[in-house]
Ligand binder design. Structure first.
Ligand code: COA
Length: 157
């Protein structure tokens, strides 16, 4: 399904404040919001995001309608140790996948995720990984993600 009137593109530093607002909304929706005002968070996140883009380690894909960003996903590029014959190895960590509540289930998330997967493939990443919410598992599986045997130790911080 292709959502009508939607543009999907790579985010730039100019999107930082709009992305900060959406990140704040996502944190509220998922009850992960700490005691920080929206204004302070926008300043902090915008700085973080611009710096993240500058490092070349992060990319973000956004969906935009009528010049307003309504969804996004982020990709962090993680280096892997070389093996003989493969000097440059990288994987992608996908995070902060979000579409505004009113626009869900119309294929916007699918467009964002496909763009991100395509980008990862073009960059020659070995794989992309993510930690899904239970509700979003069918969404990711439809796009080719499979459970793996990874182990994780949570420090709870
Ligand atoms: C996950 C999300 C980005 C998908 O965007 P979307 O535009 O609704 O995606 P699509 O229309 O392409 O696909 C719909 C699928 O998304 C998933 N989905 C729908 N609502 C969801 C929600 N509130 N939370 C998580 N996943 C959801 C479902 O798998 C749905 O398909 P299904 O009902 O057949 O299982 C969007 O629902 C969202 O922002 N959810 C809240 C944030 C979130 O949970 N992000 C993922 C964290 S890993």
């Amino acid at each position: 399904m292709v959502a009508q009137g939607m543009t999907v593109r790579l985010a730039t530093a100019e999107d930082a404040e709009a992305l900060a607002h959406l990140r704040f909304r996502f944190a509220e929706e998922s009850n992960r919001r700490g005691p920080q005002s929206l204004e302070d968070f926008v300043v902090h996140f915008s700085r973080y995001f611009r710096n993240a883009l500058d490092t070349g380690r992060w990319r973000a894909v956004v969906a935009e309608r009528d010049s307003t960003i309504v969804g996004h996903a982020y990709l962090e590029i993680v280096d892997k140790l070389p093996v003989p014959g493969r000097p440059y190895r990288r994987l992608g960590y996908v995070t902060n996948v979000y579409v505004e509540p009113d626009l869900r289930n119309e294929g916007v998330g699918a467009q964002i995720l496909e763009r991100m997967i395509g980008m990862g493939r073009e960059m020659g990443l070995e794989s992309v990984v993510l930690w899904p919410t239970p509700r979003s598992v069918p969404f990711y599986r439809r796009h080719g993600f499979e459970p793996t045997d990874a182990l994780e130790l949570e420090f709870g911080s």
